[in-house]
Design a protein around this ligand. Structure first.
Ligand code: AKG
Length: 283
């Protein structure tokens, strides 16, 4: 996997032709079916189950967070040390630990995902930084509602972020356009169009989202969000962003992020959370 670091730092994202092989793509699609049916291989449910077959709104993008806890193949892909190393090097960290994965499925006709900046939802740990790898499991197109990035937006002002709706806002780009106007510029919005198995890396302050799927093709994606291997919980932020969900894993007497829940994928001294390597046998 070759990631263009100059592009990533200039644009806030970099597109990559191939992140996972065809065999893994096919097998993951089958795991997506199982996960959205509530068939959790390990017996452990994902941390967030926002959509299930039978009860989920068919017009929404289906989402689960931390599918890796429920499914060993998802785990084998998102806990891959090569992805952890790539993210750590892009972000300038000594190592990378997973904060969250997203299992996303936008069928034909499903609505948008609102533009947002990942770092804005992380006041519950320090350093408040995320870097992300987005893996397409179908060929992606602009009309099929692929992810879109606002070029260079990782350098726009941070602080008060405009309010956003993640699921199906009427105008999915509106908060980003408001932020662009505050910068005094026209946003340059770039859709990630790749073949299945390709994808992108993005910076935690890059504005991104995706439009409705106006094509006849499904759009399935597996997303890996990492933080620095050195990240620690930050108690004053527990009530904000998605802190109420993930701060449940804090210890009462220290700020360590438990490696059972936030395993280290790669560190520059060779360290990696134990027991992860057996998972790669699934690939
Ligand atoms: O795929 C999408 O529509 C959104 C993905 C996203 O928010 C992310 O990768 O951080």
């Amino acid at each position: 996997m070759r990631v263009d670091h100059d592009r990533f730092h200039a644009d806030g994202f970099a597109v990559v032709d191939r992140l996972v092989g065809d065999g893994a793509v096919t097998a993951l699609r089958e795991r997506f079916d199982r996960l959205f049916r509530g068939d959790f291989e390990t017996g452990v449910p994902p941390d967030e189950v926002n959509w299930q077959q039978g009860t989920g709104d068919p017009t929404l993008t289906r989402q689960l967070c931390n599918g890796w806890k429920a499914d060993r193949l998802v785990a084998a892909v998102v806990l891959d040390p090569a992805l952890g190393e790539a993210l750590a090097q892009l972000a300038g960290w000594p190592g990378a630990r997973i904060i969250q994965d997203n299992v996303l499925w936008k069928p034909p006709g499903a609505r948008s995902v609102g533009f947002h900046r990942d770092n804005a939802y992380l006041p519950w740990y320090r350093p408040q930084e995320m870097a992300t790898c987005w893996i397409a499991l179908d060929d992606t197109t602009a009309s099929g509602g692929t992810v879109e990035f606002a070029r260079g937006s990782h350098r726009w002002a941070t602080g008060v972020e405009p309010p956003m709706e993640f699921h199906a806002p009427d105008d999915h780009r509106a908060p980003m356009e408001q932020a662009a106007a505050a910068e005094g510029l026209e946003p340059d919005v770039v859709p990630v169009e790749v073949l299945a198995g390709g994808g992108s890396f993005h910076h935690g302050w890059t504005w991104h989202g995706s439009g409705a799927n106006r094509s006849h093709a499904h759009r399935r994606t597996l997303v890996l969000h990492c933080a620095s291997s050195e990240a620690r919980f930050h108690r004053p932020g527990f009530g904000e962003g998605n802190g109420p969900i993930y701060s449940r894993y804090a210890h009462p007497d220290d700020d360590a992020m438990d490696e059972v829940h936030f395993p280290v994928l790669w560190r520059n001294d060779g360290y990696r959370t134990l027991d992860l390597d057996s998972l790669t046998d699934q690939l």
